[in-house]
Structures are given as C-alpha cells and as structure tokens.
Design a binder for this molecule. Structure first.
Ligand code: PLP
Length: 438
C-alpha cells in the first residue's frame, strides 16, 4: 500500500511555512526531523495537565508524571523489541547514550591493550568517546575502511576481529553521510564469535528501518528522539540487562540511589542507576507519541516510499553538471546484498563551498545541510573537506526534490559571478561565512 503523503504532511504544521514566499522543502532530516501534531499535542497536554516530577512524590500529579515517564519507557521497549523495560535508559541524546556506554561499560571493562573497532563511517559522537577512552585507559582503536564505492570493507573487519583482543565493535547502523547501512546482523554475529561486544549507533537507522535488538543480538544500541519525529533533549541507550547490572553510574545525584551516607552510596538497579537528576519527562512523553505516530504506518511502506524518494534524488542530482555524489550511488543492490542507500546522500558541486550553496538554496526555502556533518574522518577518506547533504523523511515528496536542479543552477550562477546580483549575493555569503563555525 502506498502512504497517504498529503495527509501525513498535514500532520506537520511547520511544513506549511513559507520562506520569503517560497514553500519549504525541508530536506535536512538527518540533522533533525520535524514533529507531527501528535507529538506537540502530547507534550502540551502533559505540561497542561500532569506536570510534576517523576519518581519523587506521592500526590496524584507525581504519580501521573511517573506513569507517563515509565509508560514511555515501555513504548520504547516495544519499539526496539527489547526483552525488559529496565534495558531502556533515557539520556539527553544519542551522543550522551554512547558516552554512557563508553564511560560506564568502557571504563570498567576495557583495559590497556584492549581494542575497540570503529568504522571510518562513524559520526563524531561514536568516535570521540572512544578516543577519550584511549587516552584514559590505553586502549587501542582500529578503523575499518570503506571501498571507493563507500561500502564497508568487511575483510578488514574480519582481520581485526581475528587479530585478537577486540573487545568492542562500535558501529553505525546507517551512515549520516553516505546513507549506507552496514550488514549489522552479520557483523554482530562475527563480532560475538570473536568475543567482542557490539554497540550500534542507530541515530540515523532508527527512523528508516525497524530495529529488533533481540534478533540483532546487539549489546548496546543508541539513538536520539529528535531524529525520529520526537523532541530534542531525549535519547536512549539500550543495553542488555546482564551488562547494565554490572555497570557503574556515570552521573551521581537524585533518583539513582538506594541510600547515601556521608561517605558512600548504594546505587539503585538499572535503569534508575543511570538516570540521575530530574529526567526528561515531557520529552519522554513526546518520544512515545512520536513512536505511536510512526507505528500507524508499516515499515514496508515507509521503506518503499523513502527508497523511491532517495533513488529519485540520486537520478535528479546526477543530471546536474559537475555534481558528484559521494560514494557510488547505487541504483542497483550493492555487494554483500546491501540495500541501496537509505535516508540521505551527499554531494559536491564544482569548487563551490557547500556553506555558500546551501545558504543560497535556503533563500528559496530549500533546506539542505552543509559541512562535514560531524564525520570528518569519513570526509578526509573521501578526499573532500565538506559536502552538501540531502536527507529525507516520511513527509518528503518527489516535487520537493524536483526543485533542486533549477535552484542549484541559480545558486551556481550567483556564486560564479554570472548574474547581475552576484556581487550583492557574494556580500551576503561572505557575511554568512563569518557567522558559521565549521
Ligand atoms: C550517525 C549519528 N550518530 C550520532 C549522532 C548524534 O546525535 P545527537 O546529536 O542527537 O546526539 C548523529 C547526529 O547527527 C548521527 O547522525
């Protein structure tokens, strides 16, 4: 069945916005997705009718807030097909979730000489916590490369796993630059056979593909609510109970202890042990509403629609002169039977800086992302300092993508000085650059 895209779009009030009279074409969904009415309403209703602190009071509002928060945990558990709700830890973000795994599990389980295997596809959030651990614990990092088409070098991973001392494979479920999905099931199976645990960074995967942590058998999995049509300020670390039970808390504070003396404390069991301080209650409610909203559609339909959109984007962009899509953009299935890329694709255009290009496209309401997308090692590997990224969500349409060739041509003309107003345009671009951090 095909998705009712027009109806879906109506659920997102922001999509009705005009930018300088132009309709919005929001194609920056890998950075953050827009939020449907269901999420906005659920958070509004929570604050209007139930707001209190969770796990900290006996009055009716406190109980309702606690129920709302724990209810959200149950929704996430079901969404990930986790065995136990205690395996779902709420954090501030995917970044904080990965840091929690590194700083709690990593600090207690990794010793000098132990190896953590990463891939060159990783986002900085799944790189820096491990570099910090390397500096702190003397562990070694090994990097799995990609081939020139952007596919993971499985042979390298195998070699690292067989060299011994591999304790963890920390891998993205979907690249936020190339959109390729490593074959997680196979990687997890081989890593376990070599005695390594596996952490999956599902920040990008989560909105585009169903996740079953029991079937995958991953040991940890992290994601952010805001890339899943939910609010900012909430993320999730899934961890197998057998590991969480033996991990120390990363933060200390209220709500995570059984008792405290002047000298010591005894932490609560997971998940409370890892959720010190007032938790993100309204955000958890919003995340649960986002999952409920998304769950009205079948994954088959979501994947089909998004696949068609991305292939369409690949074809449309490929028709633009001097535009290079990073990694071979496969219109056919890739090696290892990988599906074609999902969620996003990135490109370069002439020698134009992506920041300049996206600023000009933005004037017409077309929102793309420019830069290294927090994946500097990957960009270096691909031979570019920066790229422009187009990333899609459920509500995007081919018509939005069809606006790109003409808009890109107009931007190119402005930036290469071929239009009367290019001097003025350059002035604006120069100002913009000064305000932009790379
Ligand atoms: C693959 C990947 N991992 C991790 C993150 C970090 O997510 P957040 O900034 O929500 O913590 C992102 C964000 O873009 C990402 O794309």
């Amino acid at each position: 069945m095909s998705l009712p895209i027009a109806k879906i779009r109506q659920a997102f009030p922001i999509l009705r916005r005009l930018i300088d009279g132009h309709p919005l074409a929001y194609l920056d969904n890998a950075a953050t997705t827009q939020k449907p009415d269901g999420v906005l309403d659920a958070m509004n209703a929570y604050y209007r009718t139930q707001n209190a602190n969770a796990h900290r009071g006996m009055h009716p509002l406190a109980e309702e807030a606690t129920d709302a928060y724990e209810g959200a945990r149950g929704v996430v558990q079901k969404f990930l097909h986790a065995c136990h709700s205690e395996e779902i830890i709420f954090t501030k973000s995917c970044t904080e979730a990965i840091n929690l795994a590194a700083k709690s599990w990593g600090r207690t389980n990794l010793h000098p000489g132990d190896r953590v295997i990463l891939t060159i596809l990783e986002h900085h959030s799944n790189i820096i916590p491990w570099i910090q651990l390397k500096e702190e614990r003397g562990i070694e990092l090994q990097w799995v490369d990609i081939d020139d088409d952007g596919n993971l070098r499985f042979d390298r991973l195998e070699r690292f796993l067989h060299e011994g001392n591999a304790k963890l494979v920390a891998i993205t479920g979907q690249s936020n630059v190339l959109g390729m999905q490593p074959p997680l099931q196979e990687i997890i199976g081989r890593s376990h056979a070599a005695g390594a645990r596996v952490l999956v960074d599902a920040a990008q995967l989560v909105a585009h593909h169903p996740i079953d942590v029991q079937k995958l058998d991953c040991d940890f999995l992290a994601f952010s609510g805001h890339k899943l049509y939910g609010p900012t300020g909430i993320g999730v670390l899934y961890g197998k109970r057998e590991f969480l039970e033996h991990m120390p808390p990363m933060l200390g504070g209220g709500g995570m202890v059984q008792n405290v003396t002047e000298e010591s404390f005894i932490p609560l069991d997971p998940p409370a042990r890892f959720e010190a301080g007032t938790p993100p209650i309204a955000e958890a409610v919003g995340l649960a509403a986002a999952i409920d909203w998304l769950s009205q559609f079948s994954w088959e339909d979501i994947i089909h629609h998004e696949q068609q959109l991305l292939v369409h984007a690949g074809v449309v962009l490929s028709s633009i002169p001097n535009l290079t899509i990073l990694g071979r953009f496969p219109l056919q299935p890739t090696p290892y039977n990988l599906p074609p890329r999902t969620g996003c694709l990135s490109f370069t255009l002439d020698n134009l800086h992506p920041h300049d290009l996206t600023e000009i496209l933005g004037r017409e309401g077309i929102c793309l992302r420019a830069g290294h997308h927090c994946a500097e090692p990957l960009h270096r590997r691909l031979g570019f300092a920066a790229s422009t990224r187009l990333s899609i969500a459920l509500y995007n349409t081919p018509e939005e993508i069809n606006r790109l060739p003409a808009a890109i041509e107009r931007a190119r003309e402005i930036l290469t000085g071929k239009t009367a107003d290019s001097a003025r345009a350059h002035g604006r671009v120069a100002n913009y650059k000064l305000q932009t951090t790379h």
